[in-house]
Design a protein around this ligand. Structure first.
Ligand code: FMN
Length: 181
């Protein structure tokens, strides 16, 4: 058991935080020149249903930082299980991240990826300082949900949900995580 120690070993802290299982999103917007920008994000979470609010945090060092600070809207693209290449492409800095992915415009002329598990178009409502990240609160102004299973991320690896044969046979709806490597 690693009780509180200072200073923290950043790698061990990252490893501990990574044991919290998340989905994977690509958050997109347009920069001041109207060009689409985006990055892979797993800090996304629900805040409130009424009003409909979500949050995510952006590194102060991200190349897309200025674009997200000045944007009126952004889109949370919740990736589907078969979109690992999309996650990898948007986890890189620089280059045209949109050239090898199908995308279109959503309301407010925001870039929206195709083939996702869900899409949330948000008004850039509030921002809070959070150490080396900036926390964005988005108010959902429109959304779509598909039947595609979501991509999952745990312990630094992409993972997917799959129904077990035994669960199907027994009629139970439980699912298990199965790593994709
Ligand atoms: C699974 C995964 C989750 C990530 N989550 C975040 C996140 O929540 N916030 C963030 O700022 N960067 C996150 N990143 C890192 C960014 O995607 C990466 O630094 C990207 O290159 C930033 O793009 P930019 O520099 O063009 O803005 C994540 C990367 C991966 C692979």
């Amino acid at each position: 058991m690693n009780m509180r120690q200072e200073p923290f070993d950043p790698l061990r802290l990252r490893s501990a935080l990574g044991s919290f299982v998340t989905g994977v999103t690509v958050v997109t917007t347009r920069n001041a020149d109207g060009e689409p920008v985006g990055l892979t994000v797993n800090s996304f979470n629900t805040v409130s249903l009424s009003p409909p609010l979500i949050l995510w945090s952006l590194s102060l060092h991200a190349a897309s930082f200025d674009a997200f600070v000045q944007a009126n809207h952004f889109v949370v693209n919740v990736l589907a299980a078969d979109q690992i290449p999309v996650s990898e492409a948007f986890a890189k800095t620089g280059g045209d991240k949109f050239s090898n992915v199908a995308w279109c415009n959503t309301v407010a002329d925001m870039p929206r990826l195709e083939g996702t598990a869900a899409t949330l178009t948000c008004r850039n409502a509030q921002r809070f300082s959070g150490g080396d990240h900036l926390i964005f609160i988005g108010e959902v102004v429109s959304f779509e949900k598909s039947e595609r299973p979501p991509l999952v991320y745990a312990n630094g690896k992409y993972t997917r949900l799959s129904d077990t044969a035994s669960a199907k046979q027994s009629g139970k709806t439980s699912t298990v995580l199965s790593t994709s490597d």
